[in-house]
Design a protein around this ligand. Structure first.
Ligand code: ADP
Ligand code: MG
Length: 485
């Protein structure tokens, strides 16, 4: 069930523009490198010089097909490129090549997690291949604008959802899941800061059971947090407009993150305004069964399947699996660590997951690092967990060891040796420490005898101190219970 806001139901459909991870552009051999000097990645074709012809980059087609598999969609054996005509200074050809009538992929699904732990299926209408435009730069000079054509012709997949989302939360979950799928497949780097994943949010409101209301399209949102804010703002605005007797007009708006609001850019064009027609320079894309089968065989394990495997194979709680599968690199790190442990996965996996999610991620967050950047080899986390499981060190000492590994990069075993952190499990040593504590705290012993049982913790603490934090906690507990009168 969707939640209503002042009696209104929210309807959201998203168009996600994902830059296909290829070295060359869609129809030319220019590089797609990020951060190059302006207008250095531009061929005659990208600049729309007369007589230049497009040559389709087959790798883009392959990546789009794989993405189609990733969302369980239909791969269309025949797709075709159309010209979408409009004038813009950073679009030198005067048209964008896209696939309106015959997209390469249709009818997919993305499963998302909801707050209450249930799942919801969001439909994906289509994925089509298209070119990106260049960039106009208006803030370098007071008197003129600059054009950078480096992005002109960069390959994009436009992934168009059905209007199936009913809240900003669902929309954010959808983009997160889609991003995970694309990254697993490797069809898009999904680096939102670099603009290689951009979202247009279509938002409308209606009374439950009524037909869809007019929608507004909020363009080019480049972070998941902004997506949530833009939708929330837009919903409030639309409810307000309608509440005051107004109507929502179909239009394109932009989200201004510094004011956290959407503003009107232009009224929305219809497809007819673009005078779409088939591009006469490009043949239809016809896919053979062999090509499709070959790509299918190359598909990696996807996030949902991995999630299920992690909960079954390693007996992980759903919430741990959620976190570990989000990035393929993190999932791989986890599995390698489990393999490296000398204990069975059923014994070590949960503890390894804890150490990664709590301690390792805290360091990554603090330093703004990813798991690939950090110098914490898989073997170290496995060894740390082994040392806890075979009772060489306590969980508490393990924290000290962990911090030292981060600090100096030595292995956990070496640190335990060097600092003499091996847990004391010698019964006689523990017993004599306990006796010493009992002798030194006669009055507390009296109180304990008189029934103040909560003092037990005090004694454990004192014994631990006596043993410089290295006593085996279970043994201390057991022996203390016997020795205290
Ligand atoms: P266009 O290509 O003009 O943007 P589409 O019909 O392809 O239009 O729809 C674009 C997106 O708008 C899709 O993601 C779709 O789910 C969404 N959408 C369509 N109608 C509505 C609506 N009434 N409210 C919210 N989203 C909608
Ligand atoms: Mg659109």
């Amino acid at each position: 069930m969707s939640r209503l806001i002042h009696g209104w139901e929210v309807v959201v459909g998203l168009e996600v523009h994902a830059q296909v991870a290829t070295k060359a552009k869609l129809f030319s051999s220019s590089p797609t490198d990020f951060g190059s000097d302006p207008n250095t990645n531009v061929s005659f074709y990208d600049a729309a010089m007369p007589g230049m012809l497009p040559v389709l980059n087959g790798e883009v087609v392959n990546q789009a097909i794989k993405t189609g598999f990733g969302i369980n969609a239909k791969i269309n054996r025949i797709s075709r490129f159309d010209r979408k005509n409009y004038f813009y200074p950073d679009l030198p050809a005067g048209y964008q090549i896209s696939q309106l009538f015959y997209p390469i992929v249709s009818d997919g699904v993305v499963e998302i997690n909801l707050q209450d732990g249930s799942r919801k299926t969001i439909g994906v209408e289509r994925i089509h291949i298209e070119q990106d435009a260049g960039k106009s730069i208006h803030d370098l000079s007071p008197t003129c604008s600059y054009i950078d054509l480096n992005r002109s012709g960069v390959p994009l997949m436009e992934i168009v959802s059905k209007p199936d989302m009913r809240s900003s939360y669902e929309a954010m979950q959808y983009v997160k899941k889609l991003r995970a799928i694309l990254k697993y497949i490797g069809s898009c780097e999904c680096n939102m800061d670099r603009g290689n994943l951009r979202v247009d949010a279509n938002v409308s409101v209606r009374k439950p059971g009524e037909p869809f209301g007019n929608r507004v399209e909020v363009k080019n949102i480049n972070s998941i947090r902004f997506l949530g804010q833009a939708i929330d703002y837009e919903v409030e605005r639309q409810i307000d407009v309608i509440g005051n007797g107004g109507r929502i007009v179909q239009e394109t708006r932009l989200f201004d993150s510094s004011f956290c609001e959407t503003r009107s850019m232009r009224s929305k064009e219809d497809a007819a305004d673009y005078r779409y027609f088939p591009d006469p320079d490009l043949k239809p894309v016809i896919l053979s069964d062999e090509r499709i089968e070959k790509l299918k065989a190359e598909m990696p394990e996807l996030p949902d399947v991995k999630h299920e495997r992690f909960t079954k194979e390693y007996c992980l709680p759903e919430s741990d699996a959620d976190v570990l599968i989000e990035e393929k690199t993190v999932a791989n790190y986890f599995e390698k660590a489990v393999k490296a442990s000398k204990f069975k996965p059923q014994e070590s996996a949960k503890l390894i997951a804890n150490w990664m999610i709590v301690e390792l991620f805290a360091v990554l967050n603090k330093n703004g690092q990813t798991i690939e950047d950090i110098e914490f080899p898989v073997e170290h986390i496995a060894k740390l967990v082994d040392l806890i499981l075979d009772k060489t060190i306590s969980g508490k000492i393990a924290k000290t060891v962990f911090a030292k590994v981060i600090e100096c990069g030595d292995s956990p075993a070496k640190i335990v040796d060097d600092l003499g952190l091996v847990q004391i499990q010698d019964e006689s040593v523990i017993t004599s420490a306990i006796d010493k504590v009992i002798q030194a705290n006669a009055s507390q012993v009296e109180q304990y005898k008189a029934g103040k049982v909560q003092l037990f913790g005090f004694f454990v603490g004192q014994v631990m101190r006596e043993l410089h934090g290295k006593g085996n906690p279970e043994m201390i507990n057991k022996i203390l219970q016997k020795r205290l009168p």
